[in-house]
Ligand binder design. Structure first.
Ligand code: MN
Length: 193
């Protein structure tokens, strides 16, 4: 039977401050994500998904299994994409070219992602996604929805559930979103193409 485990953090819990504080990481990664992992392990027992991969479950399941698998997948992608000291503050190579082709410029992509993350009503995720032809798009997805359910590849994601930012930014969701750009590891995002 598959047992899902916590994704390893690539940085110390205090390393992303002040963009994401140690306190927020402690609750968001250490408590919220751990709960989704525990729930998923309990829910898939003795179901058709008992031997499936996380991606298969996040794409195909329904109800509580889909919600918890989606949250494990989404948070794994979210926490993996950050670095306290990114090698570059802008994407490079094929990813940079795909962004220009799909959006006109990196700044235009950023503006669309900011608008998507800011205007998402309630809890959910803003995504930069790629289709099979390498065309990029930005989409809002509620709750635990993810690009795999829409036949798309996830590249970059902003968690806009209040638990992602409330300790650090309270109601100022746009400030949280703007700050995230400074800790994106573009090598990780490019590796998802
Ligand atoms: Mn979250």
């Amino acid at each position: 039977m598959a047992t899902f485990t916590m994704p390893a953090l690539r940085y110390a819990e205090d390393a992303l401050a002040p963009v994401i504080s140690k306190e927020t990481l402690g609750f968001h990664y250490g408590k919220h994500l751990q709960t989704y992992v525990n729930n998923l392990n309990n829910l898939v027992k003795d179901t058709e998904f008992a031997n499936s991969t996380l991606e298969e479950i996040a794409e195909k399941a329904q109800g509580g299994i889909a919600n918890n698998a989606g949250q494990v997948l989404n948070h794994s992608l979210y926490f993996e994409q950050f670095s306290p000291k990114p090698a570059s503050n802008v994407p490079q190579g094929a990813l940079a070219e795909a962004i220009v082709k799909s959006f006109g410029s990196f700044d235009e992509m950023k503006a669309k992602m900011n608008a998507s993350a800011t205007t998402l009503f309630g809890s959910g995720w803003a995504w930069l996604c790629a289709d099979n032809s390498g065309n990029l798009s930005i989409l809002q997805m509620p709750n635990a929805d993810n690009p795999l359910r829409h036949g798309l590849k996830p590249l970059l994601t902003f968690d806009v559930w209040e638990h992602a930012y409330y300790l650090d930014y309270q109601n100022r969701r746009p400030d949280y979103i703007n700050a995230l750009w400074s800790i994106i590891d573009w090598d990780v995002v490019a590796g998802r193409m």
